[in-house]
Design a protein around this ligand. Structure first.
Ligand code: B12
Length: 487
């Protein structure tokens, strides 16, 4: 019997292009399990439908098309772009033209698996890690096609959709300790993504055990941390270097959680000498961040950190479920300055309890901390299953919703289409108020900023795309900052 063959599709056409890291990992996992992966990266395809039709003709038959859904929307309350209609169209076409079963997965998908699945009309979804589940689904479907099969069942994280009725098996977040295969990075054209997208990618672990009220990461990636052995990462980074990728953005939700693992990763980079060959950026939590970790990160090649600061008002921080305070922010900023690590502080303004005074307090405190850049995101994207999303949904449509929600509220009770929470105490013209506070201070960027050079949305960002075409590499906020300084 020929091996089952799976078509892996990336349709994320946002620019600058970000490599579909998930498909590199999934491809290696399929190979390991005796399933043949064929990549259809529509980012490079021009006419994606035509490309796909030719590829299916030439390389078929496939037992399954697996589509990665990274973004549901752009997470910007200003632009509120919704990306799923495009996915739905592709799913329908694959079914109509080729009778191909489609499975969806990905960090966007896993935020609201059932809702995304039903909206897009795919037959299957995998919530959470895909490595083991996808191979098992392919095997079961392949066996079904060849007559030896049974009904697809029992796969952790599987959702099976029969005309809107969804069967569901809870996900199992597997240990990554033995997953050496993640180091291969051989399926995706990482070099091309590096040249056109300006950065590579890798994960040091999965999952986040924090309970920030608005955050979807524990839903999508699991709330149990699963660490990768540093040796596997070294092999992975060597593979990327061999492909010409020497500057990365780590894809951990928070690199410094847990701090011991972050430190171990840094030490192994330093000891192996790889720290001299590549540079990297990370998202970090403001705590825990110690002098030792800052020093190690610097020596290990870290050239920039993006901190999820959210606010500098302690009551707001506590309402958001954060575990840092102003003192900790001060200390973390000092350590970065001391170690010469450029950093960006991300503010998430407009949440529960926010007023003009608390916004002014946060902006003024950021000026004191003096990061290289501050990113302002106004309004909180609500997701159905986060603590904040549950609370707001619990209130039910009514006066509170009318006073505090923006976006598509009518007929969107699941919050699948973009909906944003804005504290009712903010008053009119809050964007203008923030623009006044930040004024000519070019450290401040905001999502959807009317001044192009101060917009830090990373989708269709012309300034960024031109800079990358000119050869800039690195985290997008850092590239934007360099362009600003050179202009
Ligand atoms: C790192 C990161 C970035 C970096 C990317 C750096 C890089 N070089 O890759 C930067 C800063 C550039 C970035 C930009 C943006 N990002 Co971002 N980003 C992330 C982050 C933290 C990690 C993504 C990642 O690569 N993970 C690692 C891979 C391996 O995990 P994975 O994709 O989940 O794949 C696993 C499973 O999901 C599954 N799987 C994946 N695909 C499939 C497919 C099938 C068929 C199956 C079965 C399984 C499966 O298997 C994989 C392995 O187990 C996530 C949050 C998070 N913690 O996941 C946000 C996240 C994806 N980003 C998000 C957003 C909104 C954006 C932007 C749109 C922001 C903006 N307005 O500019 C842009 C879009 C850029 C683009 N071109 O797509 C949102 C999307 C949410 C939403 N509402 O849609 C997320 C979820 C953060 C959040 N909670 O808000 N991002």
């Amino acid at each position: 019997m020929p091996a089952p063959r799976v078509l892996l599709i990336n349709d994320n056409n946002l620019e600058p292009p970000v490599a579909p890291l998930a498909l590199d990992y999934l491809g290696a996992a399929l190979e390991e399990e005796g399933v043949e992966p064929v990549l259809a990266d529509l980012v490079w395809a021009g006419d994606g439908y035509r490309f796909l039709a030719e590829l299916i003709d030439k390389n078929g038959p496939f037992c399954l098309a697996a589509l990665t859904v990274r973004n549901i929307d752009d997470s910007s309350s200003q632009t509120r772009k919704f990306y799923l209609p495009r996915v739905r169209e592709l799913v329908a076409w694959l079914g109509e033209e080729f009778g191909l079963p489609v499975v969806l997965g990905g960090c966007g998908f896993s935020i609201m698996p059932r809702e995304v699945l039903v909206f897009c009309g795919a037959g299957y979804g995998i919530w959470g890690d895909g490595e083991e589940a996808l191979a098992e689904l392919a095997r079961q479907l392949h066996a079904g096609q060849t007559g030896a099969g049974r009904e697809v069942s029992g796969i952790p994280g599987l959702l099976a959709n029969a005309d809107g009725r969804v069967r569901f098996y809870p996900p199992r977040y597997v240990s990554l300790a033995q997953k050496e295969l993640l180091s291969r990075r051989g399926l995706v054209d990482n070099h091309r993504y590096f040249v056109q997208g300006g950065q590579g990618s890798a994960e040091t672990k999965r999952g986040c055990d924090r309970t920030c009220t608005y955050c979807a990461d524990p839903l999508g990636r699991g709330d149990v941390q699963r660490l990768r052995p540093p040796q596997h990462l070294l092999w992975e980074l060597q593979s990327l270097l061999a492909q010409g990728v020497h500057c990365l953005h780590l894809c951990d939700a928070e690199f410094n959680l847990p701090p011991e693992h972050a430190a171990e990763f840094c030490r192994s980079l330093i000891e192996s000498g790889l720290s001299r060959e590549l540079s990297w950026y990370a998202y970090c939590s403001p705590v825990p961040f110690t002098a030792e970790l800052a020093g190690l990160m610097k020596r290990a090649g870290c050239v920039g950190i993006n901190f999820g600061v959210d606010s500098a008002n302690e009551a707001i921080l506590s309402a958001l479920g954060r575990d840092h305070d102003r003192r900790a922010l001060q200390r973390t900023a000092e350590l970065c300055h001391l170690n010469g690590i450029p950093f960006m502080a991300d503010l998430l303004l407009g949440g529960p309890g926010e007023t003009r005074e608390t916004i002014a307090e946060s902006i003024s405190f950021m000026k004191e901390l003096d990061p290289l850049a501050v990113g302002i995101s106004l309004g909180i994207r609500l997701y159905k299953y986060t603590p904040l999303g549950r609370k707001i949904r619990g209130e039910g449509p009514g006066k509170n919703w009318r006073q505090s929600l923006q976006g598509e509220v009518e007929g969107n009770e699941d919050f699948l289409r973009p909906v944003y929470y804005f504290s009712p105490s903010l008053g009119e013209n809050i964007h203008e108020f923030i623009l006044e506070l930040t004024g000519d201070d070019r450290r401040f960027f905001s999502l959807g900023d009317p001044r192009e050079e101060r917009d830090y949305g990373y989708t269709e960002n012309r300034v960024l795309m031109e800079a990358i075409a000119e050869g800039h590499r690195g985290a997008y906020w850092h590239i934007l900052k360099k362009i600003q300084e050179s202009g």
